[in-house]
Design a protein. Structure first.
Length: 254
């Protein structure tokens, strides 16, 4: 993915990593469209960041994705990058008889079906562009589980394998598949997470991501240094230590 000169749609970018990435990409000379459910947040973003476009989209709703994709492509026919940023992270307790299933279902709906539906809505358009990118967003927890968030871990593992598989299917086309793998980052993804001292500061994370995109335009995975502890535990042969360390020090980590 080139660092500039793109037209980029980022659904789920009204806060946290998505918004920070949208602002940085816009500053690097890209046309950026931010998508989200809340009209008040979209209005605020448009006012605070002149030049960034907005569109309402609910990535848990197939009809909303379809309508938003038509609107985005009608207004921005040069669109060549889709970043499937939308996601939720919720704690679950599977040792209780009730109370976790609805959370698990919401997580799967948002974190797996959302990116699948978004990619399906845009893939044919992207294949018609000279150069295009689908950027998925998994997590370090795709590779090492956090005890508190079983369905989130599983959803991000699914996104990793979806990314690997789409890359194989789209090989030889104009569309590259790039997977962003965040570690724990100080965002409002979970309550209290913005104050989590063990998580990576958001600006520091975005600085490193932008540097990696610029220096490695043909990369398939964007991994800041902090996520490699989680990402490569199994390959290094210390997976059990990684899982123990993760769950001992970061009960609300990503």
């Amino acid at each position: 993915m080139n660092i500039s000169g793109n037209t980029i749609f980022i659904p789920g970018a009204t806060s946290g990593i998505g918004l920070a990435l949208a602002v940085r990409l816009h500053a690097r000379g890209n046309t950026v469209i931010v998508g989200g459910r809340r009209e008040d947040r979209l209005t605020a973003i448009a006012g605070e960041h002149p030049g960034i476009h907005t569109v309402r989209i609910d990535t848990t709703d197939a009809d909303s994705i379809h309508a938003a994709s038509r609107a985005v492509l009608a207004e921005h026919p040069a669109l060549n990058v889709l970043i499937t940023m939308a996601g939720v992270m919720r704690a679950e307790d599977w040792t209780t008889p009730t109370g976790f299933l609805s959370t698990a279902e919401e997580t799967v709906e948002t974190n797996i079906l959302g990116p699948i539906r978004l990619s399906a809505a845009f893939v044919e358009h992207l294949r018609a562009q000279p150069e295009a990118t689908i950027m998925t967003v998994s997590s370090g927890l795709a590779f090492a589980p956090l005890r508190a968030t079983p369905s989130y871990n599983a959803s991000k593992a699914a996104i990793h394998m979806l990314s690997e598989s789409l890359r194989l299917q789209l090989e030889g086309s104009s569309v590259s598949v790039l997977e962003l793998e965040p570690p724990a980052v100080r965002t409002p993804l979970m309550p209290g997470h913005e104050e989590n001292e063990s998580a990576m500061p958001l600006n520091e994370f975005i600085d490193e991501v932008m540097e990696l995109i610029e220096s490695r335009p043909n990369a398939t995975e964007i991994q800041v240094e902090r996520v490699k502890f989680l990402r490569y535990g199994e390959a290094r042969g210390d997976y059990d230590r990684v899982v123990a360390t993760l769950n001992a020090t970061d009960p609300h980590g990503r």
